[in-house]
Design a protein around this ligand. Structure first.
Ligand code: DQA
Length: 145
């Protein structure tokens, strides 16, 4: 089983960026944590982070035929991007949306998630461990199919 792990804009700034929302650990720490859980679950993962919407769309399209599922934190594009929603719908791969903070309890404009309607689950407000939960949910879903 192979999972594509996508992180959207400004998540390369983890560790520096708004630690009250996102903590003090880095993207490299996060990816190491996910790799460890993936090994434990017997699955492989590919990581990709971009600040560019089109680059994320391209990666989702590339997952068609090469990955079994997608774990995505679309970051700010959660609240704006029909293109990411359409990409996930196009490839029809099981997808889990993850957020480090709980966007629903922050600004009004963070309450909308376009991608959510194409996702099998959303994990939010659980910090980095939320990605591990998302990975387990995906693996269970794919194994049941
Ligand atoms: C985020 C929440 C979004 O509202 C925000 O734009 C982000 C990160 C999170 O992980 O909590 O960049 O997706």
């Amino acid at each position: 089983m192979h999972i594509l792990v996508l992180n959207g804009p400004n998540l390369n700034m983890l560790g520096v960026r708004e630690p009250e929302h996102y903590g003090t650990e880095t993207l490299a720490d996060l990816e190491a944590m996910i790799s460890e859980e993936a090994a434990r679950l017997g699955i492989t993962v590919t990581f990709f982070q971009s600040n560019h919407e089109g680059a994320l769309v391209d990666k989702i399209q590339e997952a068609y035929g090469t990955a079994d599922g997608i774990l995505i934190n679309p970051a700010a594009y959660t609240h704006t991007s029909v293109a990411l929603l359409d990409a996930v719908k196009a490839v029809q791969l099981p997808t889990v949306e993850v957020h480090i903070s709980d966007p629903d309890s922050r600004d009004e404009f963070r309450k909308i998630s376009y991608i959510r309607q194409a996702c099998i689950a959303t994990v939010k407000g659980k910090g980095f461990p939320g990605y591990l939960e998302g990975l387990r949910l995906l693996a269970e879903h794919i194994r049941e199919k």
